[in-house]
Design a protein around this ligand. Structure first.
Ligand code: ADP
Ligand code: MG
Length: 231
């Protein structure tokens, strides 16, 4: 293993950082893929909350799936107080749904404006699926490529975008998977004792010696936690 040349910052999600050499590299662009109810929004919220609260690094959460009020209410149940962090200008939550119909270019401008105003170090888009489908123009990935390579990577903003869909069969990838530095996947499954459980696997993370195993995901009063796998 060669020497580390880039800075890593802990996601702060319990159980995750030891699986990825301590954290994500600054400027990483990671997709969090998973079916409905696998914990994508909770995972994303923890990623933003930990940045602002524990590392003191401002972060932007662009929501497309839930309105801001219900997102805040749901996350407060896990002890994540986004209202306070917003007042302290450490977090900004953007409701992209409410801005729908304005076109992809202007949504990206809103995102970049928010990142700029907070000097944010992290960005979440929940979900990329909804973000792309909101585009009136035919989407050809040039917007996404431009956003990621010309801006976010250059500024060193670490980005997590969720993708709502069932588990990816091995060998089956979409265009966004080629663009991404990392692909994290959450899967719901029925356990041996006939219970709906959730598991996590890292399918890819460039430049990182990462875990290749399934890990169990549990929902606790503080959000989600990643634990050794129990089938
Ligand atoms: N207060 C809670 N306590 C425990 N588990 C919860 C709580 N709230 C939600 N969950 C679990 O989290 C799941 C939803 O997580 P969410 O991040 O919204 O999923 P996704 O964004 O992938 O659709 C629910 O289906 C439920 O299993
Ligand atoms: Mg969600």
């Amino acid at each position: 293993m060669g020497q580390e040349t880039t800075t890593r910052s802990a996601t702060g999600i319990p159980g995750l950082d030891p699986l990825i050499q301590g954290g994500l590299q600054s400027g990483d662009f990671v997709l969090l893929v998973g079916d409905l109810g696998t914990g994508k929004t909770i995972f994303s919220s923890e990623f933003i909350y930990n940045s602002a609260k524990r590392l003191g690094e401002a972060a932007v959460f662009a929501t497309f799936e839930e309105d801001v009020a219900s997102l805040k209410r749901n996350m407060l149940r896990f002890g994540m107080d986004f209202d306070t962090l917003e007042k302290e200008k450490k977090v900004k939550i953007i409701d992209l749904e409410a801005l729908q119909g304005r076109g992809m270019g202007s949504n990206i401008e809103t995102l970049l404006g928010a990142l700029d105003s907070l000097r944010a170090r992290r960005l979440v888009v929940d979900s990329l699926t909804a973000f792309l489908s909101s585009a009136q123009e035919k989407f050809d990935y040039s917007f996404l490529m431009h956003l990621v390579y010309k801006t976010l990577k250059r500024e060193g903003v670490t980005t997590l975008m969720t993708v709502s869909r069932p588990a990816i069969p091995l060998g089956e990838v979409g265009v966004e998977e080629f663009v991404a530095d990392g692909i994290f996947e959450l899967q719901n499954y029925i356990s041996r004792d006939v219970e709906l459980k959730t598991r996590f696997i890292i399918r890819k993370l460039r430049g990182t010696d990462h875990s290749r195993r399934f890990h169990s995901v549990v929902f606790t009063p503080n959000g989600i936690e990643i634990l050794p796998y129990t089938p």
